[in-house]
Design a protein around this ligand. Structure first.
Ligand code: M6R
Length: 606
């Protein structure tokens, strides 16, 4: 969490950094700040609690001139949200921006007698103080000694006042990417902030130091030996990082889904069959395992739940879906016969990364489904399937989720085929249905104003229940998370058959219920469960497959008919509908849809 940026070159740094920080704001938006090295070699800071727009206003009143600077947008961990705790932090002649957590900051304060000298409550200022302690003119020695002292995760951008216009970067776990532009050098937490300046970048290896100068970028290992960077190319169009005329990224990203799902599926289809050779995935990976386990968090974990239903119903394989944050602490049983799939949009979620490392230590084969090219989880895994969702900026995940689903369908199709569970005809039929998903989603998107109208019915609700069975329940878990995080309405997804075992006590005329009914085999039971909540006075908003018939005796408050697909694929149109529902509630409540309170897009703290 936290976004960091650095620029040194021929142009003024302030504007470049403010623009980049706006792009990075999805990583945290409690405070923002920049430091710029002036012509007189003084490093000056502007920072404030609040958003980048507040920092921009501050800079408009009292700007900073200079061609080299570092900037930061914060998600608070240590120390409250305040001007003083905003980055950059300066100690002596050392100025630092930091993403991560310095776990041993208290003992460092004691060891270097910093108690009276610090101006903030952050762990990050301690890193600046330790670097200042070690600095005697040799930046590499100071950085090496500092990082040896730090316990925890860090991505640091560092400026030394007597080395003007040069930025040093070093990291452990937390990400940093570095790029050369036409007129300078840049570093950032991720490539979305650099995309408009350069397509070529490298991921700073852990415990290496990047030196950014106007004319060049140098990379050294900890012993001071030069290292050749491994250059990558940005794999998305920079225009995809803009709002494209939509009021919020979330709406734009919802609307992009048909296209990005196609872009995830089509390169992996050959003559109607799923083909993972471009990802370098051998069939042996899919045939030699005896169980599968997904590790993931939040939305990505919900994608895993759909994957589980697919694997069990089509491949007849046992699959567990584990919360990555719990995985290591529950003595999870994985071995050489387990295929562990780590799902992550950012590829940087630390819980997922640590769970993946745990799985590897226990001998499991690993496969990552990741959106961001070159991210830590992708690099740590034996194999990777990249989703081609393009940059997802809104904190609420939408297109990343449905492209993760697309990857899981591809994997299911290939696995069923490779293991001989599907013959060629069955595989082709399965893939043909997957190829219909973008069109089914588009049909829902085209009717978004109907969903906007329905959303008004829950605008003032305090609590909402979402009910369904089987795969409907899996998708509701995601729909409910979406509603909670961006509308602040308490919402609970419940397996509808389970309600009568306790929770139905909470259903009253004041608790709207959102029901999803799309699964033929449980359809009649789901309708019965809906009647049960209607009998308790609840208003029901129903999303159902378009060919289902409604009981004419019952009165229906709102019904949205979903385009018909095979049952196992209905999660695709349903997810678009539930994403739009949450979006419109948040929009009509006047909330900041893209940046819900207390959250950040990339979660790099445990
Ligand atoms: O980057 P990841 O997919 O690993 O992130 C995991 C979760 O933090 C994420 O899915 C989160 O739940 C969503 N942003 C919520 O919409």
């Amino acid at each position: 969490m936290c976004g960091i940026i650095g620029y040194t070159g021929r142009n003024e740094a302030e504007g470049i950094m403010l623009d980049a920080l706006e792009v990075l704001e999805y990583r945290g938006y409690d405070s923002a700040g920049i430091a710029v090295c002036g012509e007189d070699h003084q490093v000056r800071i502007r920072k404030c609690a609040g958003r980048v727009k507040d920092l921009r206003s501050l800079c408009e009143r009292d700007g900073l001139s200079g061609v080299c600077g570092i900037g930061h947008t914060r998600w608070a961990t240590h120390g409250g949200v305040s001007d003083a705790n905003a980055h950059p932090h300066q100690f002596g002649g050392v100025t630092v921006i930091h993403n991560g957590i310095i776990e041993n900051y208290k003992s460092l304060i004691a060891q270097y007698k910093l108690e009276e000298k610090l101006k903030s409550q952050t762990d990050s200022e301690v890193a600046a103080a330790v670097a200042s302690h070690f600095y005697n003119g040799d930046p590499y020695a100071a950085i090496r000694k500092t990082v040896l002292k730090l316990k925890g995760t860090f991505a640091l951008g560092i400026m030394f006042e007597d080395i003007p216009d040069v930025i040093f970067a070093v990291r452990n776990v937390s990400p940093i990417v570095v790029a050369r532009t036409e007129e300078g050098s840049m570093m950032a937490s991720d490539v979305t902030a650099l995309g408009q300046y350069s397509k070529d970048y490298f991921v700073l290896p852990e415990f290496h130091v990047a030196t950014l100068k106007k004319e060049s970028v140098e990379l050294y290992d900890m012993s001071g030996e030069p290292v050749e960077p491994q250059w990558l190319t940005v794999n998305w169009d920079v225009n995809r990082s803009s709002k494209g005329g939509y009021p919020f990224y979330m709406e734009k990203e919802i609307m992009e889904q048909p296209q990005v799902i196609r872009e995830t599926i089509e390169p992996r289809m050959k003559e109607g069959l799923p083909d993972l050779t471009q990802d370098g995935i051998p069939d042996s990976l899919l045939t030699e395992c005896s169980q599968i386990c997904v590790v993931a968090c939040g939305t990505a974990m919900h994608a895993g739940l759909v994957g589980k239903a697919l694997m069990q119903s089509f491949v007849k394989m046992h699959m567990d879906v584990e919360l990555a944050s719990e995985f290591m602490y529950t003595d999870s049983l994985v071995d050489g016969k387990t295929l562990v799939i780590a799902i992550s949009q950012s590829g940087e979620t630390i819980d997922t990364l640590e769970a993946l490392k745990y799985a590897k230590r226990n001998g499991a084969k690993t496969l990552a489904i990741v959106n961001v090219k070159g991210a830590s989880i992708a690099r740590e895994s034996d194999y990777v399937i990249y989703t081609n969702a393009g940059p997802e900026i809104a904190v609420a995940s939408t297109k990343a989720y449905t492209t993760q689903l697309a990857a899981l369908y591809l994997l299911t199709g290939r696995m069923a085929y490779a293991r001989g569970v599907f013959d060629e005809a069955a595989t082709r039929a399965f893939m043909a249905e997957l190829q219909r998903a973008p069109e089914a989603i588009q049909k829902v998107l085209d009717r978004r104003e109907e969903i906007h109208y329905i959303a008004r019915r829950i605008l003032n609700a305090k609590d909402v229940f979402m009910i369904g069975r089987g795969m409907d329940y899996s998708i509701l878990l995601e729909g409910s998370l979406k509603l909670k995080e961006i509308s602040y309405i308490h919402s609970e997804a419940y397996a509808s058959g389970e309600l009568k075992h306790g929770t139905i006590a909470l259903i009253t005329q004041d608790t709207p219920v959102i029901a999803v009914i799309t699964q033929d085999k449980v359809q009649s039971k789901e309708f019965s469960n809906v009647k049960e909540v209607q009998s308790r006075g609840a208003e029901v908003i129903l999303f159902m497959k378009e060919n289902y018939r409604l009981d004419e005796d019952a009165s229906w408050d709102s019904v949205f008919k979903l385009p018909q697909m095979r049952d196992e694929f209905m999660v695709m149109p349903v997810s678009a509908a539930l994403q739009l529902l949450a979006y419109y509630v948040s929009l009509d409540k006047g909330l900041d849809v893209d940046k819900p309170r207390n959250l950040a897009k990339v979660v790099t703290v445990e």
